[in-house]
Design a protein. Structure first.
Length: 160
């Protein structure tokens, strides 16, 4: 007979078990077996610190691995940390934080990092877009006038 207990908030019966949990940092994903007290459904479970050690270790490992990946992609693109922060986003010091593992990149930055890793030739397109937006103070397409005399801003993606 398996051990069971009652969840202190939901009142559901919990059984001691091990379930797979997914840990993701950037584009890296890992599945980890996590022991704990689980209900029959996907609602709240209870874990001790010891139960969460493997999950926390996987998170730390993925965070370090993704920091190294960000650095490798930046070097492949032959960008300085400051230039990568301007082109990909996050600001002047962003890549210093990403590469040290202090701060993970935003989802948008992860998307651009992964795209540029697969298509490094597109770094020049991003560089031109950022230069244009810095010069105008906006990241937008040409301005036209509508029938009422108001300005319309059309946003266009550059042809790939």
């Amino acid at each position: 007979m398996s051990e069971s207990r009652i969840h202190p908030e939901t009142g559901k019966v919990l059984t001691r078990a091990v379930r797979e949990q997914t840990v993701a940092v950037g584009s890296l994903v890992r599945s980890v077996a996590v022991p704990g007290w689980y209900p029959d459904d996907d609602s709240d479970s209870i874990h001790s610190g010891a139960d969460l050690r493997a999950l926390n270790a996987a998170y730390v490992e993925l965070r370090e691995a993704y920091a190294a990946r960000v650095k490798a992609v930046r070097k492949k693109l032959r960008l300085t940390q400051e230039e990568a922060g301007r082109i990909i986003g996050g600001g002047r010091r962003a890549f210093q934080k990403y590469e040290s593992g202090v701060t993970p990149p935003s989802d948008a930055a992860v998307g651009l990092i992964e795209l540029l890793d697969r298509h490094p030739e597109d770094v020049e397109l991003l560089r031109q877009l950022r230069v244009r937006s810095a010069a105008t103070g906006q990241f937008a397409g040409p301005v036209t006038m509508n029938a009422k005399g108001s300005r319309n801003r059309r946003r266009k993606l550059a042809a790939a």
